[in-house]
Write a new protein. Structure first.
Length: 165
């Protein structure tokens, strides 16, 4: 699949087949994240891959997580410099896009969730992340797609483009 086709066809996947995600396929996708642009080479991404026991415990906060074959938390260190903090968050977002596109090309679906569970103090405790040191950019749910939703329509370029003389 060519890059532009992957960008256009990539969808957020919420319904997964129960099949497990092979470790090497997951590592391949996460490695694409390591190559994201990041200002000052801070490489701010931190990945926490949940095993079965932690996955089960997290599902106490939301039972629908049991239908997500693999969960990876993605976080970044909270720089004391507010501008660096913003740049690090931006870099992590770039990493997430790389990861989702790389997974997509391999036939693997992903949902980036910034929902309630990713913000709960109990989630930080379970993951062993100190919220004073690191912030979760989200939980990434991986699995082979059960179904691929129709794309939500996008505004045409002309609607979001200003051309100056
Ligand atoms: C910062 C961010 C947070 C998101 N959080 C959620 C979320 O909590 N739950 C969810 O279902 N999708 C979440 N998404 C995915 C968007 O809902 C999704 O990208 C959008 O609906 C467009 O669908 P598509 O990704 O299939 O093109 C998030 C996306 C971004 C960029």
């Amino acid at each position: 699949m060519q890059l532009y086709e992957a960008i256009l066809t990539r969808r957020t996947i919420k319904a997964f087949k129960p099949d497990p995600v092979p470790t090497d396929v997951l590592a391949h996708a996460l490695t694409a994240g390591l190559w994201a642009q990041n200002h000052r080479m801070t490489e701010p991404w931190r990945f926490t891959v949940l095993g079965a026991q932690t996955h089960q415990a997290l599902a106490a906060s939301d039972p629908k997580l049991l239908s997500k074959p693999k969960i990876v938390a993605i976080s970044y260190p909270l720089s004391s410099d507010q501008f660096q903090r913003r740049e690090d968050y931006a870099a992590v977002c770039c990493a997430i896009q790389n990861i989702q596109l790389a997974a997509w090309v391999d036939g693997l679906g992903m949902q980036w969730s910034t929902g309630r569970v990713s913000q709960l103090p109990a989630t930080y405790t379970l993951l062993g992340i100190d919220p004073a040191q690191e912030e979760l950019a989200g939980l990434l749910y991986f699995g082979y797609p059960e179904s691929v939703p129709e794309p939500a329509p996008r505004k045409p370029l002309s609607q979001v483009l200003r051309e100056l003389a």
